[in-house]
Design a protein around this ligand. Structure first.
Ligand SMILES: N[C@@H](CCC[C@H](N)C(=O)O)C(=O)O
Length: 280
């Protein structure tokens, strides 16, 4: 086939190129160069990442691929374990394409199975699993000449959450914030900057590993909820509204220690990509 289909979608403006590949035949073809090209906002389609959609039993990345497996790639071509906004967009695609019914779907990811439910109001809810706080204590992140203490929250992928006085402090975030000790995040880290607006209401910005500053990060909103709830000594269950530049999501930290992320998912473009257009 000299063309392959694509769609574009976003969750609170964290945007993705979706590559339907039910039988996994794009394996090997979807290398880092192709991902970078697809995500390029000037020469490609433009996105924060790529969601490749494979039937759970047709993938070879993890033992349990679920009903459908989400092969997630960051805009720089790197592979990430999980994407909380991406998984909602992924299920929105499956539902619109008639590939699933309205029952909860088990989505395989490199961070395990995530169950996703479609709500009557059009939002989707993801069981994001349990957070871990691997530490160490004393992490500091630095951006724009400022330093802040940060907490390491792992949501399957790594996050450093820093409370700031105002969201302008970290500057334009063109560069990756730095952190110490450097050994805390040997594989890089997503960095969230947060202000508390009310008891259970926070606003954040994020610099994503492999994608730069984005308009939202679903795993990041969960990490921020964990850091905020611990800071406030909230009892579980607790629900936070988390504002991001691209909208709002709701995160519940349940009594069984699972995080539940609810937010929108939108599909907004589709087409076919001709392989002849790929750079040599
Ligand atoms: N935007 C995502 C997270 C994508 C992966 C992240 N950049 C990483 O490298 O861990 C989300 O919505 O969670």
């Amino acid at each position: 086939m000299s063309t392959f289909p694509w769609l574009k979608g976003h969750g609170t403006e964290n945007d993705f190129v979706i590559l339907p590949d039910p039988d996994g035949s794009l394996h090997g073809e979807l290398d880092a160069d192709l991902v970078r090209f697809l995500c390029d906002r000037h020469a490609g389609l433009g996105a924060d990442g790529v969601l490749r959609v494979i039937q759970g039993d047709k993938q070879s990345y993890v033992e349990d691929g679920g009903d459908w497996f989400m092969d997630y790639r960051n805009a720089d071509g790197s592979i990430a374990e999980m994407c909380g906004n991406g998984v909602r967009v992924f299920v929105k695609y499956l539902a619109d394409a008639g590939l699933i019914d309205d029952k909860p779907v088990r989505v395989g990811t490199r961070a395990g199975i995530k169950e996703v439910s479609q709500n009557d109001d059009g939002t989707l809810t993801v069981d994001m699993g349990e957070p871990t706080l691997p530490g160490p204590a004393g992490i500091v992140v630095e951006a724009n000449g400022h330093q802040w203490p940060a907490v390491h929250v792992d949501m399957g992928n790594p996050h450093a959450v820093a409370f700031v006085d105002n969201l302008g402090e970290p500057g334009n975030l063109c560069d990756q914030p730095t952190w110490s000790p450097t050994s805390a995040f040997p594989h890089g880290v997503n960095v969230e900057f947060v202000v508390r607006r009310d008891a259970h209401d926070v606003q954040m910005r994020v610099h994503e590993r492999g994608s730069g500053e984005t308009r939202s990060c679903g795993t990041g909103t969960c990490a921020v909820t964990v850091a905020a709830a611990r800071q406030a000594r909230d009892e579980l269950p607790v629900t936070y509204r988390v504002g991001v530049p691209g909208g709002d999501v709701s995160v519940t930290w349940r009594a069984d220690n699972h995080l539940e992320l609810t937010g929108p998912a939108v599909l907004h473009a589709r087409g076919d990509f001709d392989r002849a257009w790929l750079p040599a």
